[in-house]
Design a protein around this ligand. Sequence first.
Ligand code: FAD
Length: 319
Amino acid sequence: MEERVIEHIAKATKTLFSFELLPPLKGQDFESIQKAIDPLIEFNPSFINITYHQEEVVYENLSNGLIKKHTVRKRPGTVGIAAAIKYRYGVNVVPHIICGGFTREETENALIDLQFLGINDVLAVRGDPQVGMKKFIPEPEGNQHAVELVEQISNLNKGIYLDEELLNTRSMNFCIGVAGYPEKHGESPNIDSDIHFLKKKIQAGAHYIVTQMFYDNKKYFDFVDRCRAEGITVPIIPGLKPITIMDQIVSIPKTFNVDIPARLVKEMLKCKNNMEVRELGVEWAIQQSKELIERNVPVLHFYTMGRSDNIRKIAKAVF
Ligand code: FAD
């Protein structure tokens, strides 16, 4: 049987390499994503994650002074692009499945499609509030928190579908990853509460955790210690997103509730342009990666944001 993320980790004798991609923007083709994948293939990624992007609310000013509300999905195609990558490159793919915008039935149908496509890995996340909205609002028949999504996928792994009268069902075989936040999730009142709910995702059947980005490895090591103390025993994969532009000095803390250490801020402020910031981001991530590898983390997972020249330099230096 094909190996899923959890089997890759169980078999590994050293830290593995993986990365995350965004599906192409609407109007772009598969080639646009190949440009990000090709430079990383020689480092033998154990899996490639593909993010899911919900519809955004957009307001259009009409000539009569009224405002019209639209919804647009700028990056459709997570399932299709995941399957295309899997079969063109022969690499495990991990499409992200989110609660936002999906009824439970639509989620079930998406999982059925994945199963037919031979994709047995997913990352189950809630999704952020829609762009332009302050609060996350689930669909009326949708999952409210990632834990409910994990429960739904775990039920399918036992052959339990939403229609309880369905007989002689096939069990699915999904390996389920979930998100964890070394510096706590932005909506969480404190880290203990966040880890309490993280544990519920594991108890519901998640097999491993991928972390939000961090720029100080101590935050990750402390988080792992706290999780272990709470009885969370699954692999905790560190996620790294190298700094690429000066604006991130403000946008990363604001958007992701992630600190940028004083030493990194000081170095960023010395940079004359974004090219220098990008180089600094590579250097910083190499140092982080080397220490994480020394501490035997299961996988180094990189957020590419669709461009991989920086990730290639890091991978070349550490793998
Ligand atoms: P949850 O686990 O539901 O947690 C959300 C908040 O609610 C937390 O504060 C938690 O402490 C709290 N909470 C959890 N369960 C309960 C409960 N039962 N009762 C009360 N409170 C609870 N977003 C996308 O839109 N698409 C993606 O592809 C995507 N990929 C991601 C990948 C990774 C590795 C990470 C770290 C994040 C990703 N995100 C993605 C962002 C993610 O959707 C947001 O961070 C979202 O705000 C929270 O998702 P979650 O799965 O952690 O939610």
